[in-house]
Design a binder for this molecule. Structure first.
Ligand SMILES: *[C@@H]1O[C@H](CO)[C@@H](O)[C@H](O)[C@H]1NC(C)=O
Ligand SMILES: *[C@@H]1O[C@H](CO)[C@@H](O)[C@H](O)[C@H]1NC(C)=O
Ligand SMILES: *[C@@H]1O[C@H](CO)[C@@H](O)[C@H](O)[C@H]1NC(C)=O
Ligand SMILES: *[C@@H]1O[C@H](CO)[C@@H](O)[C@H](O)[C@H]1NC(C)=O
Length: 574
């Protein structure tokens, strides 16, 4: 996933396609009009709800009087969500101006009354953990004679509360918190809307991860894909195999995730309806594992004379020929299953280099004995199949990177394949779904591929169903993930690099095409990076909403960068 070559080529492509978009705010020789490039909306919801109608009439919210009324089922999770969102409203309320003293809204014809309570109607008991099939639809009704939020699931209530709070905004004169009379029926396009963080290339403090989860909730992202270990470092602290992080982490006590840290992250995510899917990528990307577990990795052999080959001191992928390595993996994943409540674990499987296996005489002997002579993809298949069968006995479902499919590895039918290689990714989506596998798209949402400008529109141009295929194939698209690889990202620049750029993916994953009035249909899918894919959207409307959403993130303490060019956040003060 981190292949510099591929990413570099992809960014060149993106640069060519997008430089004109990004340049629109540049100096054009005759000067630029004063004022912001894009004026933010007021109460524009991000991601865009499926159906929403608004009226000019509004209600005033007085936080001192306001409360959430529970009409249906209740639980701790719901109560903690209320206090979290109440806090968001209070902090917006603190930015009122002195105009609030003379209650200017009373003279406004559009002022229809006060909103002192929101009735929350949950029709089924609260679920404890978010899961792959969770229901997130909700209805939100704001009217002067009573306002309510209803859903069949606590997760839908969470999403609806986010929408509600996004629509409670300061009036233009700053006198009061207002909310428009409105009707919202909302439902996500995809069930899997993820963000990947890489904590191996750089360690990310727990605090950074928690803040990322806060920002994910604000954008209705619901999967934290935790690429927790890789070649460079092994910060995951295993109880059964403490040497893994003792030797493999950048530092054995300061740069690790203890069980306590991990539980804290999972709990913070649970309260926000976010699943935590850990990735333990094997058999490649495992150099740091080798420091703690002797004999795990394949020793590579050097020398040009085949009779005179010796180990050259370097190591390749996990050695698939050793039974004890599978015993280790079984015990390792048993512990993972105990710690992470999630049904899915990402097993990686990307970028397995065959060079080291080719060089090693023991591996080649093993292959000869197993009828695999010369078939290194077959050896990878042998490994992955054993691994997948093993984790199945632990009741773990697996996600793998696309190479596992590309190399023809037979995997269980419920395996989910994640597409990441930009070149040919539309074809790849077709092929994987034609074979009946479910699929996640990431290739067009690599947040490490920087280009000039706010550069979010290139992510917005991507659509997970923009590939040739039947409706049945499109049904197999579970969603996608924005990926923040960590080679040049640590706690200092994580937030401004991810936000609001990941919000583009968040909206494409939540909001169905039906949520947008403007639509054009094409008989042939265009490459995902083409700016003409944006023709389906009113990009002035989208940009204005994102401008506001970025300010919203900043108000909630997330250091999100400006998305569109020059401007300021209304009400900002220091
Ligand atoms: C409202 O009050 C502010 C200061 O408290 C004052 O400057 C302003 O003129 C008043 N506006 C109106 C419309 O009465
Ligand atoms: C090895 O492969 C050959 C040809 O594909 C096949 O006839 C033979 O039965 C295989 N042997 C084993 C042990 O699988
Ligand atoms: C396997 O996991 C699923 C989902 O978490 C759960 O519903 C089921 O009861 C589990 N099965 C076993 C045998 O533990
Ligand atoms: C993309 O893949 C095609 C066919 O597999 C190949 O011909 C082309 O060179 C690749 N382009 C890039 C930029 O890697």
């Amino acid at each position: 996933m981190g292949v510099v070559g591929v990413v570099f080529q992809a960014s060149l492509l993106l640069f060519a396609a997008y430089s004109s978009l990004a340049d629109s705010w540049r100096y054009d020789g005759i000067g630029v009009a004063p004022g912001p490039t894009v004026i933010p909306t007021r109460g524009g919801v991000w991601p865009k709800p499926l159906k929403r109608t608004e009226e000019d009439g509004y209600l005033v919210v007085r936080p001192s009087a306001f409360k959430f009324n529970v009409n249906g089922h209740d639980c701790d999770l719901l109560q903690s969500t209320f206090s979290r969102y109440y806090g968001v409203m209070l902090s917006a309320n603190r930015r009122r101006t002195r105009m609030s003293r003379n209650k200017s809204w009373r003279k406004d014809a559009n002022f229809l009354g006060y909103l002192d309570s929101l009735n929350v109607e949950l029709s089924t008991p609260c679920e404890f953990m978010p899961h792959a099939a969770m229901e997130e639809s909700y209805d939100l009704h704001i009217a002067k004679d009573g306002s309510w939020l209803s859903s069949k699931s606590v997760w839908g209530i969470l999403r609806g509360l986010e929408t509600f709070v996004q629509t409670v905004v300061l009036s233009p004169d700053g006198a009061a918190l207002t909310v428009k009379v409105s009707e919202t029926q909302d439902s996500p396009r995809y069930k899997h809307r993820g963000l990947l963080l890489d904590t191996s290339r750089h360690y990310l403090p727990v605090r950074s991860i928690l803040r990322t989860l806060d920002a994910m909730e604000a954008s209705k992202l619901n999967v934290f894909h935790w690429h927790i270990v890789d070649d460079q470092s092994f910060p995951y602290q295993s109880a059964a195999f403490p040497e893994l992080s003792n030797k493999g982490a950048y530092h054995p006590t300061t740069h690790i995730y203890s069980r306590e840290n991990i539980r804290k992250i999972i709990e913070h995510a649970r309260l926000r309806g976010i699943r935590v899917i850990p990735e333990f990528d094997t058999p490649g990307h495992t150099r740091s594992w080798g420091l703690g577990i002797e004999g795990l990795l394949t020793p590579c052999y050097g020398g040009s004379n085949p009779r005179d080959l010796t180990p050259d001191g370097s190591y390749g992928p996990i050695d698939p020929s050793k039974p004890e390595n599978y015993q280790f993996l079984m015990k390792f994943f048993e512990e993972v299953k105990q710690l992470f409540p999630e049904q899915y674990v990402h097993l990686g499987g990307d970028e397995v280099s065959f060079e080291c296996w080719k060089s090693n005489p023991d591996i080649n002997d093993f292959m000869a004995n197993n009828n695999l002579t010369g078939d290194y993809a077959g050896l990878e298949e042998y490994y992955i199949q054993k691994l997948v069968d093993m984790v199945k006995t632990l009741n773990i479902s697996d996600i793998v990177w696309q190479e596992v499919f590309d190399n023809g590895v037979r995997v269980p039918p419920d395996t989910v394949v994640q597409v990441w290689i930009p070149n040919g990714s539309q074809n790849e989506m077709s092929q994987i779904t034609a074979k009946g596998y479910r699929v996640l798209l990431s290739s067009c949402w690599y947040l490490d591929a920087l280009s000039s400008g706010g550069d979010w529109k290139k992510y917005y141009a991507c659509d997970p169903e923009n590939f040739p295929g039947t409706p049945e194939q499109k049904e197999l698209v579970m969603g996608g993930e924005a990926c923040m690889w960590g080679e040049v990202v640590d706690w200092t620049n994580l937030e401004s690099r991810v936000w609001p750029r990941a919000c583009a993916a968040a909206e494409k994953l939540w909001s169905s095409p039906a949520a947008f009035s403007k639509k054009t249909s094409r008989s042939h899918p265009l490459p995902w990076y083409r700016s003409s894919n944006l023709d389906n959207y009113d990009m002035d409307e989208v940009s204005a909403r994102l401008e506001e959403h970025r300010c919203r993130l900043v108000q909630r303490g997330i250091q999100a960068q400006p998305p569109n060019g020059a401007g300021f956040c209304p009400g900002e003060r220091w």
